[in-house]
Design a protein around this ligand. Sequence first.
Ligand code: GUN
Ligand code: ZN
Length: 433
Amino acid sequence: MAPDGRFALHGDLLDFVSTPAWGSVDTPAVRFRPDHWLLVDGGRIAGVAAEAPGEGWPRVEHGGRLVLPGFVDSHVHSPQIDVIASYGTELLDWLTTHTFPAEVRHREAAHAEPSAAHFLDALVAHGTTAAVVVPTVHATSVDALFAAAETRGMRIIAGKVLMDRNAPADLVDSVESAERETRELKGRWHGRGRGAYAMTVRFAPTSTPAQLAMAGRFCRDDPSLYMQTHLAENRAEVAWVKELFPEARSYLDVYARAGLLHAKSVFAHGIWLDDADRAALAEAGAQIAHSPSSNLFLGSGLFGWRAALDAGVHVSLASDVGGGTSLSMLRNMADAYKIQALAGERLTAWRALHAATRGAAEALGLGAEIGTLEAGSVADVCVWDEAVGSVATRRAEVARSLHERMFAWMTLADERNLVQAFVAGRLRFERDD
Ligand code: GUN
Ligand code: ZN
């Protein structure tokens, strides 16, 4: 066990000092400091040393292992661990067949509390130390999630799901009840410890225009609030939104008209967009939470990362469990590479890792807190084996460049490579060897 307060972590330190250019495998944005010491004090990164520090720094020895900032998952559903890997449906059927029944159970604290604890422990055990999380429509699920995150010292952005139509009776709220509960939950959790509140519109089809407007009023009244929702994930969903909101120019425009498009907006998916949508996202400073394993698993479509980039839209990486098939951001990076390959594009390891660390942190306005190994950041840090098993070990041995090594790691590794995870300087996961 590592000591909890002040310690020096020895390993190969990797993070980013800026945004790596698309397609560039050799970039000054990468900061690789092999055989260095990360100094952690009072839950924060105190600095980095090339030489072993003196007596006052208890040592945590991981020579030869990778030390990275904890991953940021910019879109994941806490109650959907129970429906990960559910067979046979696209988005709208998947919601009614698998997802809604699982979410109903979170009305009861006796279910929501252990479930939230399991979810957060699982996140950390996959190397993810911060996340933008969708719980359920029930206040109990939000309280359970924030309370469990507080106990673990985790940076979590979340909020009560808003849905007042087109869902089972057990899962719908009303404008009034949603407004009241949101006010209470926001008062309880926004800015408490590392928690931040997000107005959480499930997606346009499950909220009335009146509820969307209510959510927009919250954002307008308090610009420190985040907003998270789904956007243009699936073609049938997009057609449904067109029917429900004939006055809107596009799916994104439904949110924009309600005041839900701003710099703190996180839109999951964003596959079926046009140039005007991308320009509006860029102008607002909003981000797309690209969810590769979900997009493949639910057959939703292939995200045009290059088009988003060219338009100047921030793109972060997300697991979208339970539509996604793994909480591992590495597994999602591997899927993201394959999606870009189908479009004739090449996603570098640098761009993928950046989108799950510094890039996500900056897009969330949290670049000074998470996403890098910079002195002053909170010590959310993970220690990884570069290779597990004979195939990955051999691949690492023959790799000739740092990018080749890290690309093989991103493609072959998963949560089994995680050795230790620290959240705010405290050891929260350690692999049993
Ligand atoms: N759209 C509306 N709700 C959901 C959800 O729970 N998961 C995904 N992937 N898309 C959604
Ligand atoms: Zn989702």
